[in-house]
Write a protein that binds this ligand. Structure first.
Ligand code: CP
Ligand code: NVA
Length: 314
């Protein structure tokens, strides 16, 4: 039995929810990454940590990694979950959905079209709400990504992470965390696809606190100069399918290929949250390269989310 953390209160998050990356304080973020490493090294210590805890997983959009890793994380921590697919809040108001789910389960994990859905669920639920991707943030992805970088380079501070492509949910979460963790961050987007100005301003503010550099450009080569990691994501996110053809044209100069990787550091890794569209935002050659860490990122979703669940629920 047991295996609960030696001193759970040391790890407990101050916020009740993970609505966005910002619900984790800077110290908490570092602690979470440390805990994720412990959980990965010694999973057996944690097999009863969520005993008799049940979570609801809600998916308005498709998922492979997020659904599988949350289900597995909860079960491997000794808890259980129920999964529901479909639009939330159509048949009855979100405030009613939230106050049903919190009577039955100890936490809600939700992948949604609109960040407002997360905010509304969290506002009305008495149990933690975790953002499993919205139109604005993908905080669980970023946790796994920084765990992956830390494992690969043995540190975070002083690294440079470069994102090439759409200034989207994944880019937002990465830049907010990079700024707080002292990781230099550069983003190259075609004109009109920059990250949201409010989020970019916050990331800049965090970066000035941690000493990290933040670069915003439209030039991929400029962005990846000196990069330890080059990251990209799909050009059309879920919900933007109708724009996909037009975006293929608009993003054509922002593909991560061998030539772009050659403009980064020699030991630079390639990162992608997946699913990837080979031949669009990334070539098959780069995806399959020995310095591609995309499957390490996918694996770490499991460990990072276990750490998150422990910090919110244990
Ligand atoms: N990266 C990620 O969130 O993958 P899924 O969409 O498959 O969950
Ligand atoms: N930006 C992508 C990420 C998928 C994990 C999307 O929102 O579809």
């Amino acid at each position: 039995m047991a295996a609960p953390l030696t001193n759970a209160s040391l790890w407990k998050m101050a916020a009740q929810d993970l609505k966005s990356d910002l619900d984790l304080g800077v110290e908490e973020l570092s602690r979470l990454l440390e805990l994720a490493t412990q959980v990965k090294r010694t999973p057996k210590r944690f097999t009863s940590s969520l005993k008799n805890r049940y979570l609801t997983l809600l998916f308005e959009k498709p998922s492979l990694r997020t659904r599988m890793t949350f289900e597995l994380a909860i079960k491997q921590l000794g808890g259980d979950c129920i999964v529901s697919n479909g639009i939330i809040g159509e048949r009855e108001p979100l405030k009613d959905v939230a106050r049903n789910l919190d009577r039955w389960t100890h936490g809600i994990v939700a992948r949604v079209f609109s960040q407002n859905t997360i905010e509304e669920l969290a506002r009305w639920s008495s149990v933690p709400v975790i953002n499993a991707l919205s139109d604005v943030y993908h905080p669980c992805q970023a946790l796994a990504d920084f765990q992956t970088l830390k494992e690969r380079f043995g540190r975070l501070r002083g690294l440079k992470l470069s994102f090439v492509g759409d200034g989207n949910n994944v880019a937002h979460s990465l830049m907010l965390n990079a700024g707080r963790l002292g990781v230099d961050f550069a983003i190259a987007t075609p004109a009109g696809f920059e990250p949201q100005e409010e989020i970019a301003a916050l990331a800049r503010e965090y970066a000035s606190g941690s000493g990290a550099r933040m670069e915003f450009t439209s030039d991929p080569v400029e962005a990846v100069a000196g990069a330890h990691a080059v990251y990209t994501d799909v050009w059309a996110s879920m919900g933007q399918e109708k724009e996909a053809d037009e975006r293929r044209r608009q993003f054509a100069s922002h593909q991560v290929n061998g030539a772009l990787m050659a403009a980064a550091r020699e030991d630079a890794v390639f990162m992608h949250c997946l699913p990837a569209k080979r031949g669009q935002e990334v070539t098959d050659e780069v995806m399959e390269h020995p310095r591609s860490v995309v499957f390490e990122q996918a694996e770490n979703r499991l460990h990072a989310q276990k750490a998150l669940l422990l910090m919110l629920l244990e």
